[in-house]
Design a binder for this molecule. Structure first.
Ligand SMILES: [Zn+2]
Length: 427
């Protein structure tokens, strides 16, 4: 299939290219509907609204939704343990479910009987998957929903699926070669492993395998990994973002310039401490209200930290885009009222190759936060003072905070994995 055929069109043109007013109406209608349904059928939703002093008829759209507190994923396991199996969030009897999974937490994940339950088809289509693609699905098929959640949407789209699951790289290569597999679903790092195995077997992945399109998720996709795998196989790689609880939350289009919010849920990027919406460009937690009549999670905090944009996309889709997932909210530290995440600091440090290892130490003196960058240098700068000033400027630009720069001897940073050490004492 030509690249042109793979990159044009929409699965649901009307929804995906809707104007701002139609999105507003769509979200308002869905939010209203799911709050009313959840209130009537899911005890956890009733408790959520009752505690906030809201009646279902008070929640008529996004602006009312922010009255309800965020329920963090970290609390879901405890809620489920206290009120098994779904913590009161399930809106149908358990024996009406199609499947029940368990993901780390442990958290039980329900699957209802409706078609395309997890909502990945929109993302697959935007990535370039088309009916009659033969797709190898290397996500796990046991216990967690990963494998089946992608498979259900691929089948719905009209693709054929090889449910290979994880591992067995040599077998995966053989299947790809023998069956003319055109699509891959899994982790990009695993696809690279498959390519390396193919080379070991004396094959050229670009020539002997027919992969044209790949859909990857579940790990941070760096530009270099994407390019490497695309060139290795001569294929397109697009990524999606979602969770076992929610299914698809965002997906890349042909432009690969961020992940459009799904239309199957109301996605917010909020201040992790107050739950109020963040402006485009400001890091915040991904919070989700599912339009799912089986599992009406309302303002569910995924714990993922992301930056989004509302700029228009050349593909014609109008949903905002997650520009990048920056890590987990629980890795955040607040310094002088600003959020600092290890990944933001990492991006700054990466511009200074002479830095070998680093750690941020946060202290407090005279009721003032002090952020110190301890730096182990792999090359001693010619003029340390000039280097320190340049480094401090870069940090100021990237983190909006002025640091103290502190050179330490090699080996002085002990817990190298811990990027931020908070030494503040609070009474
Ligand atoms: Zn787009």
């Amino acid at each position: 299939m030509s690249l042109e055929e793979r990159t044009r069109g929409y699965l649901n043109r009307e929804r995906e290219t809707a104007d701002a007013a139609s999105w507003q109406a769509w979200h308002a209608g869905k939010i209203k509907e799911i709050c009313a349904l959840g209130y009537a059928r899911a005890p956890a939703v009733k408790r959520l609204l009752d505690t906030a002093g809201a009646r279902p008829e008070d929640i008529n759209g996004p602006a009312d939704l922010v009255r309800l507190p965020v329920t963090p994923k970290s609390r879901l396991a405890a809620m489920q343990a206290g009120e098994p199996p779904f913590g009161g969030w399930l809106a149908v009897p358990v024996n009406e479910l199609k499947r029940i999974f368990m993901s780390p937490g442990p958290i039980y994940d329900p699957q209802g009987r409706q078609a395309e339950y997890w909502g990945w088809a929109e993302g697959f289509y935007a990535a370039g998957f088309r009916p009659r693609d033969v797709v190898i699905n290397t996500f796990g098929y046991q216990m967690t929903p990963a494998g089946l959640m992608f498979e259900e949407s691929l089948l719905e789209l009209g693709c054929g699926v090889l449910p290979t699951g994880v591992g067995n790289t040599e077998v995966q290569v053989g299947l790809m070669r023998d069956l003319g597999v055109s699509g891959f679903v899994g982790m990009a790092s695993f696809l690279r492993k498959i390519g390396e195995k193919a080379r070991e077997m004396g094959l050229n992945p670009r020539v002997d395998l027919k992969l044209e399109i790949g859909y990857v998720a579940a790990e941070i996709l760096t530009d270099s990994l994407r390019t490497e795998v695309e060139e290795m196989f001569g294929m397109l790689i697009r990524q999606g973002y979602g969770t076992a609880d929610c299914g698809c939350l965002g997906y890349e289009c042909r432009e690969a310039n961020g992940m459009h919010f799904t239309s199957n849920a109301y996605v917010e990027i909020v201040d992790p401490q107050t739950g109020t919406p963040r402006e485009p460009g400001e890091p915040g937690e991904v919070v989700v209200t599912l339009f799912n009549p089986v599992y009406p999670l309302i303002r569910f905090g995924t714990g993922d930290l992301a930056v989004h944009t509302e700029d228009s996309c050349p593909c014609g889709r109008t949903a905002p885009r997650i520009l990048r997932i920056m890590g987990r909210v629980d890795q955040i530290t607040k310094v002088k009222g600003m959020f600092v995440h290890p990944s933001q600091a990492e991006a700054v440090v990466a511009r200074f190759p002479e830095v070998g290892a680093w750690q941020i130490v946060v202290t407090r003196e005279n009721n003032m936060d002090i952020m110190t960058f301890d730096l182990e240098m792999s090359n001693t700068p010619a003029d340390p003072a000039v280097f320190a000033a340049a480094f401090a400027n870069a940090v100021q630009e990237g983190l909006k905070l002025k640091p103290v720069v502190n050179f330490v001897p090699a080996g002085a940073i002990e817990e190298r994995d811990k990027k931020i050490r908070d030494e503040r004492q609070w009474d």
